[in-house]
Design a protein around this ligand. Structure first.
Ligand code: SAM
Length: 224
């Protein structure tokens, strides 16, 4: 299940995989239109508010989901922050990892489109993962102002011009060795250039690289 071109998830749970399979198939069907709107040459005039691609899921790719799940398993993550939840595909991969780690904990997601948040909540419930995630509704620049200390991991997948401002709220709460994953480092490099520069500047205490997974995946580890 949840296969495309022979790809299989590492999540061995038929209920979760059925939901992921359905959601990825629906997103694939929407992709062409979303990709046209998000083509780098079109992004210059984008109004990066809740209305941009409001009716589109624009989720992470299957390979990124598998990557996130395995990363969260390998560090036995308990607290994961997700900037940009949409319909909750990435949330499902991360919440499944927390469940399978068996150490307790939660994903704290963020979404400023109420309809998307409702979809995410329903998808988490259908996956049997609702108690492993809490989505905060509203602009992440406000909703992530109060975060717990000792965060193990974060996924940066909201709209890129907001990433640095949002990350400045998360960074002080990340534990040493915490992992940061950034989506869209190839297609969305320009609108998040300030954020990527922040991660690569040694003064900010992160080690950073990029992988050719999905539309480009940034990977950072908190050094100090
Ligand atoms: C690329 S999608 C996230 C996809 C999701 N991570 C997944 O894999 O299914 C980005 C989402 O972030 C939301 N978003 C963008 N900027 C935001 C902000 N400042 N606060 C809250 N949500 C935001 C958008 O509404 C959109 O649904």
């Amino acid at each position: 299940m949840n296969e495309k071109n022979g790809f299989t998830t590492p999540i061995r749970d038929l209920k979760i995989e059925a939901v992921l399979s359905r959601l990825h198939a629906a997103a694939d069907a929407q992709e062409e239109e979303a990709e046209l709107a998000a083509r780098p040459s079109n992004l210059k005039n984008t109004q990066w508010g809740p209305d941009f691609l409001k009716d589109k899921m624009i989720p992470i790719h299957r390979e990124q989901g598998a990557f996130l799940y395995l990363l969260a398993r390998s560090i036995r993550a308990k607290t994961i922050i997700e900037f940009g939840t949409s319909h909750g595909l990435s949330t499902i991969y991360l919440a499944a990892a927390i469940r399978d780690n068996g150490t307790g904990g939660q994903v704290i997601g963020t979404e400023f489109v109420a309809e998307k948040m409702a979809h995410a909540q329903r998808n988490l419930e259908q996956s049997g993962l609702a108690r492993f995630a809490r989505i905060r509704e509203g602009d992440a620049r406000q909703t992530l102002r109060d975060l717990p200390d000792g965060i193990d991991m974060c996924l940066m997948d909201g709209f890129p011009p907001y990433s640095l401002e949002v990350f400045r709220l998360i960074a002080p709460r990340l534990r040493k060795g915490a992992i940061v994953v950034v989506d869209g480092t190839e297609t969305l490099r320009e609108p998040q250039a300030d954020f990527l520069a922040y991660l690569t500047d040694p003064a900010n205490g992160f080690r950073y690289t990029e992988l050719s997974i999905g539309d480009g995946t940034g990977l950072a580890v908190k050094d100090a």
